[in-house]
Write a protein that binds this ligand. Structure first.
Ligand code: ATR
Length: 269
């Protein structure tokens, strides 16, 4: 049995063990996947100890994605650009390879919901690690423009500058936001505090989508507001399942079907 885990702190409520157990059963892969709470000041050694005890790979969640990035012997181009790693793979040579599957997860989930990214006017709220992690696949999907808006405008401007070679992207403060947009993605952590970024209410184009990278049993404030504004609201549960499927593919060379796992996960909330 090959061992895998998700590292986080806290990590007890992670859905990843459930998701990967379902993938393993579905594909007939003999793996064991657990949740491990790494100490805040010793992530690298926690990974090394896990690898020494037969660990073949791991997912990495809050707050260790940047630290995981720093400890890798090799990085995928998309992880290098994201500055973060959510998937560790131990090579047969003992080297640690890092990748990030969050952005692919978001883009696949958008496709699943019928969101067309090609030619779309996209607004991304937030300029932290979560947003940096998804911008590359988003831009590669060919939107007509991406505006990154953040409470701290300078952070959004700097972030946009880092991705300018990949497409039409700009950054600014919330006061610079002018719609309409076909897709608005909330990548701020404001939802956690039950807060809503200050946004104009004529933000959405006709048939627009609102996507929150968070999910929960109840819709976030952002999604409630978006629904009232006439947009189709989608939470981040599917993104979680899709990023997991891409990690599973990196480890096992098999792509699990995500549909049934989404449904099980939704029912478990
Ligand atoms: P993450 O890894 O989730 O991206 P982060 O890097 O700390 O975490 O980034 C959090 C993001 O949420 C930032 O864009 C932050 O805005 P600032 O850069 O101005 O700090 C944003 N954010 C957090 N709380 C917010 C709130 N109450 N309203 C609006 N934006 C908020």
């Amino acid at each position: 049995t090959d061992r895998y885990c998700v590292f986080g702190n806290p990590v007890a409520h992670s859905k990843s063990p459930m998701i990967h157990a379902a993938f393993a059963e579905q594909t007939g892969e003999d793996i064991d996947y657990t949740a491990i709470e790494a100490p805040l000041d010793d992530f690298a050694n926690t990974w090394r100890a896990f690898a020494a005890q037969g660990g073949r790979g791991a997912n990495v969640t809050v707050p260790f994605k940047e630290e995981a990035f720093r400890l890798c012997d090799e990085l995928s181009p998309r992880a290098r650009r994201a500055g973060a790693v959510n998937t560790l793979v131990l090579g047969d040579d003992g080297r640690t390879r890092g990748d990030t599957t969050d952005g692919v997860g978001l883009v696949r989930d958008l496709a699943h919901h019928g969101v067309r990214l090609g030619g779309a006017r996209v607004l991304v709220l937030g300029a932290g690690g979560a947003v940096r992690g998804v911008l590359e696949p988003l831009l590669v999907a060919g939107p007509s423009s991406v505006l990154v808006a953040n409470r701290t405008a300078a952070k959004a401007e700097a972030l946009a500058a880092d991705f300018r070679d990949l497409g039409e992207i700009r950054g600014g403060g919330f006061d610079a936001v002018e719609g309409p947009f076909d897709l608005v993605i909330n990548g701020t952590s404001a939802s956690l505090a039950g807060e809503l970024p200050p946004l104009p209410d004529d933000l959405f184009a006709e048939d627009a989508f609102a996507y929150d990278m968070m999910y929960g049993a109840e819709p976030t404030v952002f999604l409630r507001w978006a629904t009232e504004s006439g947009a189709m609201a989608v939470d981040g549960l599917g993104m979680l399942v899709e990023q997991a499927a891409e990690s599973f593919l990196l480890w096992r060379g098999k792509s699990p079907a995500t549909g049934p796992v989404r449904e099980t996960l939704r029912r478990s909330l």
